[in-house]
Design a protein around this ligand. Structure first.
Ligand code: SF4
Length: 377
């Protein structure tokens, strides 16, 4: 069997500062540590299993804290080692700090052709609560600079459920994001992650945080406003202009292979889902020694594999293509999951016919529960 086609994810975990709600594998920028990390990353890349890259995604952390030349060198290495085709989608996550604009020309020249900017909100008070140091004007400057640098595919991330956020301020942020003229918008609900300063705050004062019903109202607002603005709601948390869906994330939702490189990065190859350790020292030592990176490994097979594939596909607007599913997994979903499908359809959260299974509009609000029902069956 030849090398599989796969999305390639590269984790660059350093940030100029640390946000109090964040649970990603990330560390405050330190020149020395950041340089050492690149050496370890290259060692892991050299020893990684062969894949034919379909897309490349730099996530973090804040990848753009590295100089564009460092990212360009990684692009070249991925191209050389994993045959990333010319024209493939290459995304970098970025923070709209004032220093970003000046880097974008070099980043584009380095081969990055899609920018995903962590905006989170356009309300200065909410940005302060989130611990973000950029301003709404920084965001506008960054998008202007991205256009000037030749980026034709720009995405922004927004967070809903920020303490103190109202429907009005949320609506204003959505309107400001639309007014930027970007191709793609992701909206995520704030989650309280154990061990973060937000978890301590939540334990002390849960009333400061939006409950489920307020979060649902804000999600509904995003659906309504972004649809009215002509965006396609193509995945639970993602909206795109026509032709601008994230090709890299589509690989995850299709349950197709991906290779993750870097501390905490996840892979799915040959039916095995794995994730690298989130311990930076442990990661570095193993990568430099050429020994397997410690972490978790699980072969997905049988009901776990099917449930996972259905759960991922249901996140998308297209849902589960039953014919393609039968061809790929040898399973008739309507038959195998007859009771689950029947219950969810009766509850009004799932639509089913002979060719497709899809979440209903209502189902999108309880997507985790609906998708989870296939995992335990
Ligand atoms: S910039 Fe992003 S990755 Fe870095 S600490 Fe903030 S939320 Fe986490």
């Amino acid at each position: 069997m030849g090398a599989p086609d796969a999305g390639v994810y590269v984790h660059l975990p350093f940030c100029p500062y640390i946000c109090p709600y964040c649970d990603f594998a990330k560390w405050a920028w330190d020149e020395g540590r950041a340089a050492e990390y690149l050496i370890a990353l290259r060692a892991e890349l050299d020893a990684a299993p062969r894949v034919r890259a379909r897309t490349l995604f730099f996530g973090g952390g804040t990848p753009t804290t590295y100089e564009p030349a460092a990212i360009g060198a990684l692009v070249d290495e991925v191209r050389a080692r994993f045959a990333l085709p010319a024209g493939a989608e290459i995304t970098a996550e970025a923070n709209p700090d004032p220093s970003l604009a000046a880097r974008l020309g070099a980043l584009r020249a380095a081969g990055v052709n899609r920018l995903s900017i962590g905006v989170q909100s356009f309300e200065p008070g909410e940005l302060r609560v989130l611990g973000r140091r950029h301003t709404p004007d920084d965001v506008r400057d960054a998008v202007r600079a991205a256009r000037a640098a030749g980026f034709t595919n720009v995405s922004v991330d927004l967070i809903f459920g920020v303490p103190g956020q109202t429907e009005e301020s949320r609506g204003a942020s959505l309107a400001a994001a639309v007014a930027l003229g970007v191709e793609h918008i992701s909206c995520y609900g704030l989650t309280i992650e154990e061990g973060t300063p937000y978890a301590t705050w939540f334990a002390r004062d849960p009333a400061a945080f939006a409950g489920e019903s307020r979060e649902a109202a804000m999600y509904a607002l995003a659906i309504e406003r972004l649809r009215a603005a002509g965006f396609e709601h193509y995945e639970i948390s993602n909206w795109a202009r026509s032709g601008s869906r994230s090709q890299h994330n589509a690989i995850y939702w299709a349950n197709d292979p991906y290779l993750g490189l870097g501390v905490g990065a996840a892979s799915y190859l040959d039916g095995v889902r794995s994730s690298n350790t989130r311990d930076l020292g442990e990661y570095r030592r193993a990568a430099l020694a050429g020994t397997p990176i410690p972490g978790e490994r699980e072969r997905l097979e049988g009901p776990a594999q099917l449930g996972e594939a259905i759960m991922l596909a249901l996140r998308t607007a297209e849902g589960v293509d039953l014919v393609a599913f039968r061809e790929r997994y040898g399973i008739d979903v309507n038959e195998r999951y007859r009771d689950v499908v029947g219950d969810l359809v009766a509850a009004g959260v799932l639509r089913a016919d002979a060719a497709w299974l899809r979440l209903t509009e209502r189902g999108r609000f309880v997507a985790n529960d609906v998708c989870g029902a296939f995992l335990v069956s």
